[in-house]
Design a protein around this ligand. Structure first.
Ligand code: AMP
Ligand code: MG
Length: 409
């Protein structure tokens, strides 16, 4: 039987960063920038006021104090967005708003709080330094500099800088488009009453959400019956828009486990057991002319989830061009003893029950180990990893924890 590490290594050998694409700015947060982005113009591009107040020449009010203000005539008002080019004559002031362009000839702004807020004439009770409350051109970014280098993981702040420097589109590693197909004739799309023997399809929703949380774009296809022809048609249709395909169910050796047969015919997909629990039956390979990677995950919800975490999430991160493929691992301690099967790496769903004396989280299993137990899975805050060779752990034993943050970059 293949180990988890061998199976994952086989997957990561066959997936790599997606070809960079030019994407609109609204879509690039969470993507790796694939080009150096240069500011064509300086930021700010023109001198403007950082206060609501009066633009003037500092020298004209050098004698002003609170007790003995200097009175200047007000030549006009300049609002943010004003396109008129104003010039300030000596001995004058302009009323000016935050972000409005400084009139030519002004070298300082006095905040309105230091004046009588006059309209025709203003009494200025403060002598500003030259440059006070003036945002000089280029004081933020100088023209020609690389504002965001290639390889940056874009987020709200870098997206703001790209927008501020006038970039509507940038070259990024795109989010992988992942088609999620659940299979099983017992599956029903939730929302209407179930017939006898039916269950609601939870996996396609879970996997689509997991794709999204891993930085992919999920295309969820409703449940597909265990019928080879239907499944072949659905998969062939969906492949055109996919960078990856994730299926759930039908990978065991039951009579109606059609995913194996269909994928084996559509492409180069291998099935086999992986030494793990849950999630032992796994399929991986590529299908179609474009060699789209396919992950055929087992149908039991917990198996499907753990398989996604262990195999699909790192692969999607590799496709996004990220260097860090795995979640951080923290060390905890078991609050209770437990046993684990020999020869399989076990991923147990756990909740934190307290803190050990050494300051580590003390964990308890979240429900039983069976792989249909969605209730426990939803409660769990981490997966505890019990190595394949370990068959029993005592209370207080150290354990590796993979913390399951649902939302991430
Ligand atoms: P399979 O891998 O197709 O043999 O399915 C294993 C178990 O998981 C069966 O009990 C299925 O009913 C269940 N199962 C399969 N697919 C789903 C799904 N999409 N949502 C919820 N349970 C599922
Ligand atoms: Mg099935």
């Amino acid at each position: 039987m293949r180990t988890v590490d061998e199976h994952l290594a086989g997957i990561l050998r066959r997936v790599g960063p997606l070809t960079p694409l030019v994407r609109p700015l609204a879509e690039v947060s969470g993507c790796l920038l694939a080009e150096d982005v240069v500011a064509a113009a300086a930021l700010p591009s023109f001198a403007n006021s950082s206060m609501d107040g009066y633009a003037l020449r500092a020298a004209d009010v050098a004698a002003a104090t609170g007790d003995s203000p200097v009175v200047l005539p007000v030549a006009g008002e300049i609002a943010a967005g004003s396109a008129t080019l104003h010039a300030l004559a000596a001995g004058q002031a302009f009323r000016i708003m935050t972000g409005a362009p400084l009139p030519v000839g002004a070298d300082a702004v006095v905040a309105q709080e230091r004046t009588d807020r006059g309209v025709a004439r203003v009494a200025v009770g403060h002598a500003p330094a030259v440059g006070e409350y003036v945002r000089e051109p280029g004081s933020d970014v100088t023209a020609g500099t690389t504002v965001v280098p290639a390889g940056t993981m874009l987020g709200p702040r870098t997206v703001a800088l790209l927008a501020a420097t006038g970039h509507a589109r940038v070259l990024v590693r795109p989010r992988p488009r992942v088609v999620v197909v659940s299979t099983g004739s017992e599956l029903h799309d939730p929302g209407t009453p179930l017939a006898h023997g039916q269950i609601n399809d939870s996996n396609s929703y879970m996997l689509a959400a997991a794709v999204q949380a891993a930085g992919g774009l999920a295309y969820r296809v409703g449940p597909v019956d265990d019928d080879p022809r239907t499944l072949t048609d659905v998969l062939s249709d969906q492949l055109v828009r996919a960078d990856a395909l994730v299926t759930s169910g039908g990978v065991s050796v039951g009579a109606y486990d059609v995913v194996r047969d269909v994928l084996a015919r559509l492409g180069d997909v291998e099935f086999g057991p992986v030494a793990m629990q849950p999630g032992m039956p796994q399929g991986f390979g590529t299908v179609g002319e474009d060699a789209v990677p396919v992950f055929a995950l087992p149908g039991n919800p917990v198996s499907s989830y753990v398989s996604f975490e262990v195999f699909v999430r790192p692969a999607l991160r590799a496709m996004r061009g990220l260097a860090v493929l795995h979640r951080p691992v923290v060390m905890g301690r078991w609050a209770h003893p437990l046993t684990s099967p020999a020869g399989k790496r076990q991923y147990l769903r756990v909740v934190v029950a307290g803190t050990s004396r050494g300051g580590r989280p003390l964990v308890n299993a979240a429900g039983g180990p069976s792989s249909h137990l969605l209730g426990g899975l939803a409660q769990a805050s981490a997966l505890a990893v019990v190595p394949a060779e370990v068959t029993a752990v005592a209370a207080g034993n150290v354990v590796e924890l993979i913390e399951l943050a649902d939302v991430e970059f």
